[in-house]
Design a protein around this ligand. Structure first.
Ligand code: BGC
Length: 428
């Protein structure tokens, strides 16, 4: 067997998101949510890993490892802390980040929205407010103009499916903390409208830029009883957004795990019935959201299933199932793995996860799936939303007391693969 070589020009990178790494994002809805007295978050983001002030050294570290791409997000709450009041020094900051990224020979991939909203947008209803798509379009226009022509990859909104389900359907402890099928659907509509407006404005300003959404996708499985709930879940969390991406330049795929629906059969329930009859839909949604509950980390005694720190099934090859699914739904559409990673304190497990994921991805590419890049989540251990700093997704560890960065073996491992554009068979 020979080494697994990836296509020429393959993007190899790591990702971060502003709120998870910058620190002091005090005008955002997440900041307010983390700091309220009854917050469901383990701890507030606080100073995070000070990427806001340390970005230059951080980017140099990533370039030194061998990567050619860096995916990061700009923070709407910093750039427009009050309606219409764009802060030029924040725009200049992100322009410097782009320049530094390019100077380091990394292709910048800029995410315009990664989960957080300015608090003033949230107070109006966030993704439910009729004004949000227009406001997001205006913000996008300003950012794209300021960042210049050096940005050729844009992601408008990160994982809209997670945002809608997590914060509006009640699937996770995300702001605004709503729990209804109606607000879930309202947020889906708002996110899609916002994406389309942002995409149009980027294409108008930068016709050659690659513009897309990053989609949270899972490998889904079910028994006969769970099939309707699974299809419902897939429709609400993935398919509505894939359909909205039909005219995008690429599909960003982010996959961490597999979800299996093993449920007793409900007579006659199909996904279309579930969607058509409100009471049945509410019950179906409830079953889906209940399935989001995480298991305990470690190996499950009965089933032998390995679970990560997040309590998700350890399933690196799930990424191949999702890119294959995208390719079958949207033949020929370029795909970029914009996130794939594992929360573990055992770095050898991360090397195993990367190896398993890349091996399965390589096989998909060999079968004709047009995957153009692999971006690992995450460059650094960082703020994992409601779980605070308890999760270890990073290739690089950060001691938050001293802000020292420490390279883990997985960072060098993936960096070498990136440099060689090849996974050595001896590593598999
Ligand atoms: C998000 C990241 C998050 C990661 C791990 C993705 O859903 O884009 O912000 O940290 O998953 O949970």
């Amino acid at each position: 067997m020979s080494d697994l070589t990836f296509p020429t020009g393959f993007l190899w990178g790591t990702a971060t998101a502003a709120h998870q790494v910058e620190g002091g994002n005090s005008n955002s809805d997440w900041w307010a949510f983390e700091n309220k007295p009854d917050s469901p978050c383990k701890e507030p983001s606080g100073t995070a890993i000070e990427h806001y002030s340390r970005y230059a050294r951080d980017i140099a570290l990533l370039a030194g490892l061998g990567f050619n791409t860096y995916r990061f997000s700009v923070e709407w709450a910093r750039i427009e802390p009050a309606e219409g009041a764009f802060d030029q020094k924040e725009l200049d900051h992100y322009r410097r980040m782009v320049d530094m990224t390019r100077k380091s020979k990394l292709t910048p991939m800029v995410t315009l929205n990664h989960f957080t909203l300015p608090q003033w947008v949230a107070e109006r209803g966030g993704w439910l407010a009729p004004s949000t798509p227009e406001l997001f379009e205006r913000f996008t226009r300003r950012v794209v103009e300021e960042l210049g022509e050096g940005v050729t990859w844009y992601c408008t909104i990160n994982e809209p499916g997670m945002v809608a389900m997590g914060g509006y359907g009640g699937g996770f402890t995300f702001p605004p903390g709503l729990h209804s099928v109606d607000s879930w659907k309202g947020a889906i509509a708002g996110l899609i409208a916002s994406h389309k407006r942002a995409r149009a404005v980027i294409k108008q300003l930068r016709p050659n830029a690659m513009v897309g959404l990053t989609h949270a996708m899972r490998e889904f499985e079910s028994n006969a009883g769970g099939a309707a709930v699974m299809r419902y879940a897939r429709r609400m969390a993935e398919d509505v957004f894939l359909e909205a991406s039909a005219d995008d330049d690429y599909i960003g795929v982010q996959t961490y795990t597999r979800t299996t629906f093993e449920l007793p059969r409900l007579a006659g329930l199909t996904a279309s019935i579930a969607l058509a009859i409100p009471a049945i839909e509410r019950a179906t949604a409830k079953r889906f959201l209940a399935s989001q509950r995480r298991g305990a980390p470690g190996t499950e005694p009965g089933s032998g299933m390995r679970r990560t720190e997040m309590g998700w099934e350890f399933r690196p090859q799930a990424i191949a199932a999702t890119v294959r699914r995208v390719a079958s739904l949207m033949p020929g559409k370029p795909i970029v793995v914009t996130e794939h990673g594992v929360a573990t304190a055992d770095d050898a497990e991360r090397v195993e996860f990367i190896t398993g994921g890349l091996t399965a991805l390589h096989a998909a590419i060999a079968d004709g799936v047009p995957v153009k890049g692999y971006i690992h989540w995450s460059a650094f251990d960082n703020f994992e939303w409601a779980s605070g700093y308890t999760m270890h997704f990073g290739l690089i560890a950060v001691d938050r007391a001293t802000q020292q960065r420490a390279m883990k073996p997985s960072a060098r491992f993936l960096g070498e693969i990136a440099r060689a554009n090849r996974l050595k068979v001896s590593d598999v």
